[in-house]
Design a protein around this ligand. Sequence first.
Ligand code: AMP
Ligand code: MG
Length: 354
Amino acid sequence: MKKTLVFKVSPKNPDVKIIREAADIIRKGGLVAFPTETVYGLGADALNAEAVLALFKAKRRPLDNPPIVHVGRFEDVYKLVREIPAKADILMKTFWPGPLTLVFKRSSIVPNVTVAGLDTIAVRMPKHNVALALIRESGCPIAAPSANLAGRPSPTAAEHVLEDLDGRIDAVLDAGPTRIGVESTVLDMTVHPPQILRPGGTPLEALEGIVGKVELHPVAVAEKRLPVERARSPGMKHRHYAPKAKLIVVEGELSAVVKKITELVKRYREQNMKVGVLATDETANLYGADVVKSLGSRSHLDVVARNLFRLLREFDVEGVNIIIAEGVPTQGLGLAIMNRLRKASGYRIVKARI
Ligand code: AMP
Ligand code: MG
């Protein structure tokens, strides 16, 4: 057990002395959790195989699920990849820094452990002053998966990082809650047309507006458990985002969803279970469950995304036996939200019909 240092930093103007201290830890092969605009990441020097191995261990992450490599400058991508396809170049110029991860053919300087033995590498430039300052000051690309124990909801605040990783990592930079709240979109640029392997903070519609047709990998939709070819996106097959209680997602037209959830609440309460409902502002007062939490208004999916992981963790604290969550439409950010909810449920998905 090590002592995990907690550094409070301003999200806009991080103190240079603190960033230097954290960068020093990274350069020496240590592990530092830091905020990005999506969720908190757990960083290690991406070119130091031992440091990356320690990162997998700290998270208890399966070794076949590679992290995203974060860069602080455009030119830092070149040495990590073999080529940058023209469409990738346009996407980088349009969406970086931001919640878009691009998968490229990787160069030989990247250690095998960093890419889990794959021939590809996932790269992104985060839009957060603390993340950018840390990467630039470290002078190396930073491998950073989400800073949670494998399988748990991703951390959107430093407190969540400490819940999972206190004593297992060297430091955390605490700059308050993150803005977007779901992870980046992972887009494979090694195939034509480009294919979304994980929906996230950059919507499909926004990508298509720039480069035309973009495909959606069936596993990215996460409507049911599917067999996955290992080579494409290893992370797809692992259990994800799960709160401690069993989670059920109810999808469909809103009035049918409310009716179905009301039925389920009644049924589980009759079995003496403590029942939680993950609702929205439009519906939260319609449920007679033990605990009802609202993700925000259905007309502001950015707010729903921002609250999602925090509320899943809050249900753990409430000690409910079961959580029933409302689905949202899969347009825009809704696709990323539903991917997280469906996976968190272990694909316990109920389709509600009138
Ligand atoms: P996390 O770091 O926890 O946000 O998860 C990173 C995601 O990126 C996982 O879903 C990985 O499977 C995916 N990923 C990382 N590297 C690659 C790669 N080379 N090819 C495809 N997907 C990748
Ligand atoms: Mg993760």
